[in-house]
Design a protein around this ligand. Structure first.
Ligand code: URA
Length: 235
């Protein structure tokens, strides 16, 4: 296959993917939509631009994995769309699936307390999950489910542009850092996420802390580390 045909194939796959995600593709104004000219297929003007409204709509109607069949509703995320802190958890549980908001069950109440301990609340941070739909019986998300949902989370991170990501729990940390290391090894240090190298701190999931309250001291240390990283990166 020639270089040009290979490029066209990659581009048509990319466009099919964007279409399935309901992502609008911008093209330069002077480009004929049917043109095969490379200039129409490359460059900044081709980048997907999805605003909050269309992203919310895409998530609400998502059927990219089997979880759409068992959910009551999707759980998009909540909070300040221009927050400095972005909190990323695993997936909605039963209460979240019922109410459509992340971290509203018992673990969520503890998360609220953890945030309050560093002077934050839900109106100041943005809270999202790796998965927007509840896995039945709260089982771990499969790799396929996480991959199907990933573009939504990536776009949320792009839109919020947080100064810090707090990954709560093993699943969020492993997916974001693309590792299978245990939380105990990932927490307590600064990581950096993506091309923008957003400081990322890993801490224990509040559901785990409810079962193992002695670990709360370590999660407090993680929150202090997160606070320091934000302070150090002050403009
Ligand atoms: N656990 C999570 O990871 N996310 C939620 O939204 C609720 C519980």
């Amino acid at each position: 296959m020639s270089d040009q045909s290979q490029k066209s194939l990659v581009e048509s796959r990319r466009l099919a993917y964007l279409q399935a995600m309901h992502i609008d593709v911008w093209r330069p104004r002077n480009t004929d939509a049917h043109s095969e000219a490379p200039a129409a297929q490359e460059g900044a003007a081709d980048r997907p631009l999805q605003d909050w409204q269309s992203l919310r709509a895409a998530v609400a109607g998502c059927t990219r994995c089997e979880l759409h069949k068992s959910r009551t509703q999707t759980v998009f995320g909540v909070g300040n769309e221009a927050a400095d802190w972005m909190i990323i958890g695993e997936a909605p549980g039963m209460e979240e699936d019922r109410r459509g908001e992340p971290f509203v069950g018992r673990a969520g109440k503890l998360l609220d307390q953890m945030l309050r301990a560093v002077g934050l609340d839900r109106s100041k941070v943005f809270i999202a999950n790796v998965l927007k739909c509840r896995p039945p019986n709260n089982r771990d998300p499969s790799a396929g489910e996480a991959a199907a949902c990933r573009p939504y989370l990536d776009r949320q991170i792009e839109l919020v542009q947080p100064r810090l990501i707090l990954a709560v729990g093993r699943i969020a940390a492993q997916r974001l850092l693309e590792t299978d290391a245990p939380v105990g090894r990932m927490r307590g240090q600064a990581h950096y996420y993506g091309e923008r190298r957003i400081p990322l701190v890993v801490t224990y999931h509040p559901a785990y802390l409810l079962r193992s309250p002695l670990q709360k001291r370590k999660s407090w240390q993680d929150l202090c580390l997160a606070q320091n990283l934000i302070r150090d990166s002050s403009p």
